[in-house]
Write a protein that binds this ligand. Sequence first.
Ligand SMILES: Nc1ncnc2[nH]cnc12
Ligand SMILES: [Zn+2]
Length: 346
Amino acid sequence: MGSHRLPLHDLAGFVAGLPKAELHLHIEGSLEPELMFALAKRNRVAIPFDSVEAVRAAYSFSNLQDFLDIYYQGADVLRVEEDFRDLATAYFDRAAADAVRHAEIFFDPQTHTDRGISFDVVVTGLLAGMAEAEAKHGLTSKLILCFLRHLDEEAAFATLKAAEPWLDRIAAVGLDSSEVGHPPSKFERVFARAGEMGLLRVAHAGEEGPPAYVHEALDLLHIDRLDHGNRALEDPALVTRLARSGMTFTVCPLSNLKLCVIDDIDAHPIERMLRLGLRATVNSDDPAYFGGYVNDNYRALIPAGKLDAGDFATLARNSFLGSFLDDATVSRHLAALDAYVDAAAV
Ligand SMILES: Nc1ncnc2[nH]cnc12
Ligand SMILES: [Zn+2]
């Protein structure tokens, strides 16, 4: 889009060092097979694999549900506070290496409370990992509590209730899990209550579900950010609305490829999103399952040749603009990003 042209190798280096925020990351989806094995041993939990290689070999999915089945199974090794802290620490260490300066991470409390693990154990462990990342890397973070949409409204309300003691440590609520057949309307009242409690709101919509689900997320859930949003592109009036309102899309290229939302990474619609004036960002979703952290996702977009250095800088800029950081902090990150771009002289 812009006029910046760099040789491909330099472009990869430029993109890797760009200061960035990650806005779509399921912490349970950052559970690498090695840590899964270590935690299984530590907690004496049986897992249905006999090697790390066997786990990786099982990570071949033809749709979202295929993945979710194995993802919920993997989370079973997480039992005590220390496990959630170690999980978070592993993610933040990896993100810091990708020049991530700020991350807004999803967690799925129901995946754990339904197994008898308390909400407080999950949050306390994650918060410990978050504090450590800030001290060690200067990497700040926020928590987003996701409701599992395949479960019912009552279960979501119970989860919101469990969150009450932690409201000052939770930035937003989100909506994830099996999309088709579980429209945003199912959670209209839960999201209204979350809004009254002062929480921001995001939702997965238009990943596999139709544009109507994106309309519902806007009109019924009053979302502050749209997770995925790919299928919004099928509805021109919706695109206009999302562009005009400056809605942030948290796009996950490698996830889209691995879950067969797209057939070919070179056909990923993110370039089209930028041309349509949409505020797209690049994120890793479930990096342990989809073969890459955030820089792998940025890098995967290079070979198609549709994005130049200026576009990648825009994607990184969008990640700060779309974050839930205060304006002064966003400005500070954008100044650092501008300095990085100037120094790269692209
Ligand atoms: N990509 C995704 N879509 C819906 N739910 C998820 N939970 C973890 N990753 C998800
Ligand atoms: Zn997701």
